[in-house]
Every structure is written in structure tokens, then in C-alpha cells.
Ligand binder design. Structure first.
Ligand SMILES: [Zn+2]
Length: 314
């Protein structure tokens, strides 16, 4: 099956921001892809006035096509850890035969986004990156480190996690933060959030991603405040009502190939843990919590470079 890069485009009659949504940057996280397919269907059939009632433009892209096709997080390299200007220069100078799968994906994504920016020349680019996690209950929003991104993140009904970008490098959010998509002077401003919609295979993760997409479009002023509201919005409202609104990263447990990292069973996102708690095992023995807090993204899949995160409520 040949997957298309573009999930959909929607061009409002009135000029406004370009909302750029990525899904499947990790190939085993397809809830966002399905949510976006539904979102375009609903925009076409259930937005009164259709494109005439839409302000700005929406472009949704599938991230890692070969990884999506094979149901894997990535083929050669994590596509959400390589968005740096250095790496782009390296790719541009490399022999085509020396490029890894994700280098080619990145090149194609950049080309599609650059073409859209050339064409539309928006003042603002609003990036939404849809993900899911291997553990249950992981629903949260990560803003790029700008005031405008944080404001946008807070409108999505899920806990906001600050400081996660400090634990990793080369994510799409880092790229957004530096406005590195910009071409020909556009956009002037770039804001971005990543949304974690829940467990990979939970059907509700699709609904939560759908809600995040429409909330972002409302917050960006693309669609009216009450447009396309639905039961999927309630899912997030209900979920977020018992969780802290804003949390900050305290600790990341990085793992390397050969660590043999195994998370102990039963950890859920935002579950309280105590300093000294036996969380996992690896080649060197037991892994204990170095601080108390709430656990985030405990790793229950074979691939990934972080074992778990610990956050504190602010
Ligand atoms: Zn992901």
C-alpha cells in the first residue's frame, strides 16, 4: 500500500495562520492519522459554510511513511530526534546512497512544508504534533518554550508538561521553537505543541487527538468557538479534571542500546511514585526513583531512548 504524505489540506477564504499538523512521526502511533482523516471529513461535511467559514489554512501530514507502513516506531532512526539545522546540512551534503530512511522522510517533509509556506506566506505558523504512548493514560500537552505556545497548550484540555524538551534533542517542537521551518521570511511567528493522546491502540486515543485538533483550530481562530464540538471533547474534559493543570519535568531516565531496560509492570502515566521506589531493572541491576513525583511515559515497548520521566505538579 502506498501511503500519501498529505492527509489533507483545507484553505479558508479568509487569510489567517497556517496550522500544520503532523501524525505518525512515530510509525506505530497511528491514532493521530486516523483522527486527522476524520477531522477532514468533518470539516468538509459538518462545518457550516465549509471553506468560506474557515480562517487560515490547515495542512496535515503523515510523518514517517515507511515506519507507518510497517507499524514500527522508526526504521533506522527516531524521526523526532533529528530536527536540527546541523542535521539538515549533513543531509544536504550527503550522497543520496548514504541517507537513512528517516533522512529521506525529513527531506520530503521539509519540502512539503516549505512549499506550503512559499504559497501561503502566513504571518503565523501553528504546529501540532500528534503522538501516543505505550503505557495507558498518557494524555498531556508539551508546549514549545515560548509564551504563545504555552497559551495554546493551556487551551487543550490535558495536563501541560513543561521542561520535557530539555531532556531530549532534535524534536519537531525544538525546530518549531527556533522557527526553523521559515522560508522567504514566512512565518514571522511560529508556535507549537505536541499532544500525547493516550495508549497506541486505545480507540479513545483517536477521539482525544480529534479533540486536540479541533481545539487547536478554535484557539487559532480558524473555526468559531463552538464549531465541531462533540463527545470527543468531553473525553478530554473528564480526563483532565482530576489531574494537575501544569507540571514540570524533574528527571529523565535515559537508556542506551544494550541496557536491557525493563520497566516493572503496572505503571500508569501521572501515577505518584516515591523516591527510592523500585521502578525498573536493567543490565546493571535495579533502577530506583531518584526523586518523588508523578511518573510519565514509562517505556513498555522494545524501542525508545527514554525509560521513564518524573514530573512534579506546579
Ligand atoms: Zn511519539
Amino acid at each position: 500500500m502506498m501511503l500519501e504524505r498529505v492527509i489533507g489540506r483545507f484553505n479558508g477564504r479568509k487569510k489567517g495562520p497556517l496550522v500544520l499538523v503532523f501524525a505518525g512521526i512515530h510509525g506505530n502511533e497511528t491514532a493521530g492519522v486516523v483522527a486527522l482523516e476524520r477531522a477532514f471529513n468533518m470539516l468538509q461535511t459538518r462545518l457550516p459554510g465549509g471553506e468560506t467559514a474557515f480562517t487560515g489554512a490547515l495542512l496535515a501530514l503523515r510523518g514517517n511513511l515507511p515506519a507507518i507502513a510497517s507499524g514500527q516506531r522508526f526504521i533506522d532512526r527516531d524521526l523526532n530526534r533529528m530536527w536540527t539545522m546541523d542535521h539538515i546540512h549533513r543531509i544536504r551534503q550527503a550522497e543520496p546512497g548514504h541517507l537513512q530512511t528517516e533522512d529521506r522522510e525529513m527531506t520530503q517533509l521539509l519540502e512539503v512544508v516549505h512549499n506550503a509556506l512559499y504559497e501561503y506566506q502566513p504571518e503565523a505558523l501553528i504546529m501540532l504534533d500528534l503522538h501516543t504512548t505505550s503505557a495507558d493514560g498518557g494524555v498531556f500537552v508539551i508546549p514549545a518554550d515560548t509564551e504563545a505556545s504555552l497559551r495554546l497548550a493551556k487551551t487543550i484540555h490535558a495536563p501541560v508538561v513543561l521542561g520535557l524538551l530539555k531532556g531530549i534533542e532534535g524534536s519537531l517542537l525544538h525546530f518549531t521553537e527556533g522557527n526553523h521551518f521559515a522560508v522567504g521570511g514566512f512565518p514571522k511567528q511560529c508556535l507549537g505543541v505536541a499532544f500525547e493522546g493516550g495508549q497506541h491502540d486505545d480507540p479513545a486515543s483517536i477521539d482525544r487527538c480529534l479533540s486536540a485538533v479541533f481545539t487547536t483550530l478554535r484557539s487559532a481562530g480558524c473555526i468559531p468557538e463552538e464549531a465541531l464540538a462533540g463527545p470527543y471533547d468531553m473525553l478530554l474534559h473528564t480526563y483532565a479534571s482530576t489531574l494537575p493543570k501544569v507540571t514540570r519535568l524533574r528527571y529523565v531516565h535515559h537508556i542506551r542500546p544494550g541496557d536491557g531496560f525493563r520497566m516493572r509492570p503496572g505503571y500508569r502515566n501521572f501515577q505518584s511514585i516515591e523516591a527510592g521506589e523500585h521502578l525498573a531493572d536493567d543490565a546493571e541491576g535495579s533502577v530506583y526513583a531518584s526523586c518523588s513525583g508523578l511518573i510519565l511515559m514509562p517505556l513498555y515497548q522494545a524501542r525508545g531512548s527514554d525509560g521513564f520521566f518524573v514530573v512534579e505538579a506546579l
